[in-house]
Design a protein around this ligand. Structure first.
Ligand code: CO
Length: 431
């Protein structure tokens, strides 16, 4: 079952750096070749490649057999709401040691308390000739953020305001313990003096699990958005190559904090990659623009399934549920890029492939969330449709979704990558 493959992907991706590395590993297994941004590219038609930026974002592409006349693209994000570790100044009273953290993105604070946590990310290690960034995951139950006992806050079940500085600092241990730097150095097998700096985040220790009477649900950390990250990748890897359409997969970091970083969806990463491909394949200025105009992108990020206890929170006419297929997301104020053209084409492709589709829109009195497609569109103006899996408990430390939906989404992405979609005129398509 594909859900098992997704659960493995999530388990091996405790940080965006690990998610990008996991994607790279799966791509290499499938025959894609690595490129680096700072070296010259030489590309062979028909072959697949990938490139990373900041070790936390990745773009993969499979070139068509002939000069590209259009692109089929899908994009998802590698990051999830969490807490970033500030430094190794363990502070506390004379007995307790706490790590100093600050929030990353908008998480449900209560769900992060009273569960085993650890840290993952990357560490810059000094070498004989310079420095090297190494991924690190302390694969052990290391930390917890203890809640305050109900006896000391009798009204806690009537609502609680979480202050990240007061409520959400993780307990590391008791005075006299080894420092976090000690643990990282041990894990990496280096002297602790060689650790120059780090980007570390907290991650819940819960393993992804199947749930429900028929295992029809699964629960895991980071389903938003590693569910879509995995499905898009699986779609690209399993799709057959094209004659004239290039197939592109984007995994962007920093969606949860607005995408405005060097490796986020608002960066020049995608246009830079497309420009370099065009340069290698001798596409002239007209051909590059013709290809963009003939392209389409799936912006893949999860949507809210109807909550079993809060049905009224969903729009009565646009309810989506686990295992009812790929969610197509609409927003009149264009937080989602979906429009009649892109949704229609995507639905038709799914229908042909036998993949069920359901429609999501927020209640008219709820602003809803935003995602990466509309921001990416500011850098690369191509037609897009916002899609995803239906899930519960979005941005909680562990989230829940349907066991069949990862398969549906991967099939939809593969069908999209393989489709013979071509633009015949403004608003006219053949596929
Ligand atoms: Co998301």
């Amino acid at each position: 079952m594909s859900v098992q493959a997704l659960m493995d992907f999530i388990d091996r991706s405790p940080s965006p750096y690990h998610a990008a590395a996991q994607a790279a590993e799966l791509l290499e297994k499938a025959g894609f070749s690595p490129l680096t941004e700072h070296q010259k590219w030489e590309l062979t038609p028909g072959h697949g490649y990938y490139v990373t930026r900041n070790q936390s974002s990745l773009i993969a592409f499979r070139l068509p057999a002939r000069k590209p006349e259009s692109w089929r693209l899908a994009a998802a994000h590698s990051d999830s709401p969490t807490f970033a570790v500030k430094n190794d100044k363990l502070e506390g009273d004379k007995t307790y040691l706490r790590l100093a953290v600050e929030g990353y993105g908008g998480m449900n604070c209560a769900s992060w308390q009273d569960r085993p946590l650890t840290v993952a990310g990357r560490v810059l290690v000094a070498t004989e000739t310079g420095a090297e960034s190494r991924r690190v995951y302390l694969d052990r139950d290391l930390l917890t953020i203890p809640s305050l006992a109900i006896h000391m806050q009798r009204d806690v079940n009537k609502g609680h305001e979480y202050n990240p500085q007061r409520d959400m600092q993780p307990l590391y241990g008791l005075m006299g313990s080894k420092s976090l730097t000690d643990l990282l150095a041990e894990e990496l097998g280096v002297e602790k003096e060689t650790l120059l700096s780090w980007d570390l985040v907290l991650c819940p220790r819960q393993k992804p699990v199947l749930l429900g009477a028929e295992a029809e649900l699964f629960q895991a950390p980071r389903i938003d958005d590693l569910g879509c990250a995995w499905a898009g990748l699986e779609g690209l890897i399993s799709a057959k190559g094209q004659e004239t359409a290039g197939q592109v997969y984007c995994l962007f970091d920093n969606e949860e904090v607005g995408s405005g970083t060097r490796q986020g969806a608002l960066s020049t990463f995608l246009p830079d990659v497309l420009e370099r491909i065009a340069c290698c394949l001798s596409m002239d200025a007209q051909e590059k623009r013709m290809a963009l105009a003939g392209s389409m992108l799936l912006s893949a990020d999860n949507g809210h399934a109807v909550h079993p206890n809060f049905g009224e929170k969903s729009d009565p006419a646009n309810k989506v549920y686990p295992n009812r297929g790929v969610v197509v997301k609409y927003s009149a104020n264009q937080k989602y890029t979906t429009n009649a053209l892109t949704a229609g084409v995507f639905k038709a492709i799914c229908q042909k492939a036998g993949v069920p589709v359901q429609t999501f829109a927020n209640r008219a009195d709820e602003p809803g969330g935003s995602t990466l497609g509309n921001l990416l569109g500011q850098q690369v103006s191509i037609p897009m449709v916002d899609i995803g899996m239906a899930q519960l408990a979005m941005h909680a430390a562990v989230e829940t979704a349907g066991s069949h939906d990862p398969d549906y989404l991967a099939q939809a992405c593969a069908a999209f990558y393989e489709s013979s979609l071509s633009v015949e005129g403004d608003g006219r398509y053949s596929f």
